[in-house]
Design a protein around this ligand. Structure first.
Ligand code: GLN
Length: 308
């Protein structure tokens, strides 16, 4: 017997394919060349049931969705106080690549904008025989419940074209927000953006966060509950950059977008949502991804103001 959820999701995917508008991210060749017709959606419940429709197993780069996960790693490694000393938690309302550094101290406003995310990466150190990137990949994989890989092709194009991110890293170094050579740090930032995932992976990662940091399929603890609170709060206020206010009204759920076309959304205590479709709006968010999440929030009554 087919679950009603599956029927609902198949219909949703069919409807969403009709939604037009947006352009795949032109910043790097690897995303600029993506087929704009691709669309995938996946839901995973906190008891580990997954549902998917469309191109839900198509690989794309994680991009800025990685920022929420490395922020969780830094919090678990260092504790909230030390992380807060380097990176604030205040929404800047700026686009993702804005140079939002506080005057005098150079502290980035939040870990979701690029400056804050690069500073976050600098806080993650090698440990237990693994270097920084090895640990990042291991943690992302644990959240997704399968072994993820970095796309060398995406990494190379990020590395070749990421002048603004590189400049930001050096600016952070000048303020001592970054305390070591910026070059390996910015390279690992490009690598974390180049980790390849599917919409199904995103929904499992989101379900791990909805489940207070425990992957609901494997039972593995990836983040502490205290860290998850920080991650979700910062995603709620800053995850959608200069669209965060509108998103709060229309969706009312912690979320993170990436220019690879992915959107990760958490329904705390209930559900993880992953959507993928390359064409982006002016905020760098997937047009069909955002539309899907608005539709799901409406149909399933997920907005926090809908709570009975
Ligand atoms: N790699 C991209 C950058 O650093 C990620 C941006 C994004 O997904 N919003 O510019």
């Amino acid at each position: 017997m087919e679950f009603p959820v599956q029927i609902y999701l198949d219909r949703l995917a069919r409807d969403m394919r009709e939604v037009e508008g947006g352009t795949p991210y032109q910043g790097i060749p690897a995303t600029a060349e993506m087929d704009p017709a691709l669309y995938g959606v996946s839901l995973t419940t906190v008891d580990g049931h997954s549902y998917a429709a469309g191109d839900s197993d198509h690989l794309f780069s994680l991009q800025s969705i990685s920022k929420a996960l490395t922020y969780g790693m830094a919090l678990d490694d260092l504790g909230t106080e030390d992380v807060l000393a380097k990176i604030d938690v205040e929404p800047s309302g700026d686009p993702f690549n804005e140079i939002s550094l506080q005057s005098g101290t150079g502290r980035p406003d939040n870990p979701m904008i690029n400056a804050g995310a690069i500073a976050t990466t600098s806080l993650i150190k090698g440990r237990g025989g693994r270097d920084r990137m090895g640990r990042i990949l291991m943690t992302f994989s644990a959240a997704a419940g399968r072994e993820l890989k970095v796309s060398e092709q995406v990494f190379r194009s990020e590395d070749r074209t990421g002048h603004r991110n590189r400049a930001m890293a050096w600016l952070l170094r000048s303020f001592d927000i970054i305390e070591s050579d910026p070059e390996p740090i910015v390279q690992d930032y490009f690598r974390q953006c180049s980790v390849m995932v599917t919409a199904e992976d995103l929904s499992m990662m989101a379900a791990t966060l909805a489940n207070q940091g425990v992957n609901p399929a494997s039972g593995e603890r990836v983040f502490t509950p205290h860290t998850v609170r920080w991650m979700l709060s910062v995603m709620s206020t800053c995850g959608m950059y200069d669209d965060a206010g509108t998103w709060a009204i229309e969706v009312g759920l912690p979320a993170k977008s990436g220019v690879g076309g992915g959107v990760l959304v958490v329904v705390p205590g209930q559900l993880g949502i992953g959507v993928f479709s390359p064409p982006l709006d002016e905020h760098g968010t997937s047009v069909r991804g955002a539309q899907t999440v608005r539709q799901l929030a409406d149909d399933l009554g997920l907005h926090y103001s809908d709570a009975p």
